[in-house]
Design a protein around this ligand. Structure first.
Ligand code: AQP
Length: 329
């Protein structure tokens, strides 16, 4: 069972990333043969960014993943730009990626709208690069949050089209999306997902936020004018907090509803804030220790890149052969 997932080096990662994806990476590390996790710095260049801070953000993200429990000896953890195969395969897969499908990608539309100066072609190609990341390793499973569902469907379509156009090379990957917490919502705007670029500071809980800051942000979370602590379509704020509490305490959403039946929003928010702070505290503490040793993080990424290459290079040789590239065989 090959498992692959990618995460952007956007500096500080948030509770949505942790609950929606990083927990799945940890679970994958137990089952993956191998489990492969990539810090996708090439993807980070698809919107405006600062080239001087990007290398440090990659180290931040690597340290955060290790602090959460990824062990570079038990999984493959590497930086995308260390392997040119990703960008090359992106170009080659674009020969079977339907332009119309790319135009329908909601993430492209959302992010394009937010760009102030330039909508980069690389933002349009983002899902093709993501397909290349996954298909290069012939991954069976991809742990991701719910927002990546559409991109994963496209990666499957690209694999099918490549296999039927050239030859059976790629595996159609399955998205693995958590049952609870697949889409953690912005605390201040519970109609939108918690997001690095779309949320305000008050709407986001960072994994390395101080416990007091977490409790404060959750206390100020937007809720409705009712009183009942139940999941419902018109109670997005409370539903979000129920999901967060359920994950933090390792119980079901129904159990949370039962536990807090008859209690007020104030007491519930207090409990959610404390449970979230407790969930994240060990990660934050370990992060501080790990982040201090840059040479060790860099060493882990280099080792990861070497192991990733062992899979990526033969895959690319197959792609070249079936696409008729290079000298006549
Ligand atoms: N709110 C979320 N709830 C659940 N899962 C989420 N993910 C992201 N947001 C939520 C999942 O986290 C993984 C990494 O996402 P990314 O590489 O896109 O990182 P990011 O840029 O920090 O994520 P954002 O916040 O989604 O950023 P932007 O601002 O770019 O929109 C993915 O598996 C994703 O599903």
């Amino acid at each position: 069972m090959r498992i692959f997932s990618g995460i952007q080096p956007t500096g500080r990662k948030h509770l949505g990333n942790y609950i929606g994806a990083i927990r799945g990476y940890l679970e994958g590390q137990e089952r993956g043969d191998p489990a492969i996790y990539c810090i996708v710095d090439l993807h980070a260049t698809s919107v405006s960014y600062d080239p001087t801070t990007l290398p440090g953000y990659v180290l931040d993200t690597a340290a955060m993943l290790m602090a959460a429990g990824l062990d570079p000896d038990r999984c493959i953890l590497f930086r995308q730009s260390d392997l040119h195969e990703h960008s090359e395969l992106c170009w080659l897969l674009s020969s079977v990626a339907p332009y119309g499908d790319l135009q329908r990608m909601t993430q492209f539309k959302d992010k394009a709208e937010r760009e102030q100066e330039l909508v980069r072609t690389s933002l349009f190609l983002y899902p093709v690069l993501q397909a290349a990341d996954i298909l290069l390793y012939k991954a069976d499973e991809v742990p991701v949050g719910d927002d990546q569902r559409q991109h994963l469907e496209l990666a499957r379509e690209i694999a099918r089209r490549f296999n039927s156009t050239y030859a059976e090379v790629f595996v159609e990957p399955e998205a693995v999306i958590p049952g609870t917490g697949a889409r953690i919502m912005d605390l201040q705007n519970p109609d939108a997902k918690m997001s690095t670029t779309g949320s305000t500071e008050a709407g986001l809980v960072y994994i390395d936020d101080e416990p007091e800051a977490i409790v404060k942000k959750v206390k100020r979370a937007q809720t409705d004018s009712g009183t009942e602590i139940v999941r419902a379509p018109d109670k997005q704020g409370i539903t979000n907090l129920i999901d967060i509490y359920a994950v933090a305490r390792g119980v079901s959403s129904e159990e949370v509803e039962r536990e807090f039946a008859g209690q007020g929003y104030g007491a519930f928010k207090e409990a959610v804030g404390e449970a979230t702070a407790q969930l994240l505290a060990p990660v934050r503490e370990r992060y501080r220790e790990l982040r201090a040793d840059e040479a060790a993080i860099e060493g882990a990424l280099q080792q990861g890149a070497d192991r990733a290459r062992e899979i990526a290079v033969p895959s690319m040789a197959e792609v070249h052969a079936v696409m008729g590239l290079g000298a006549r065989r």
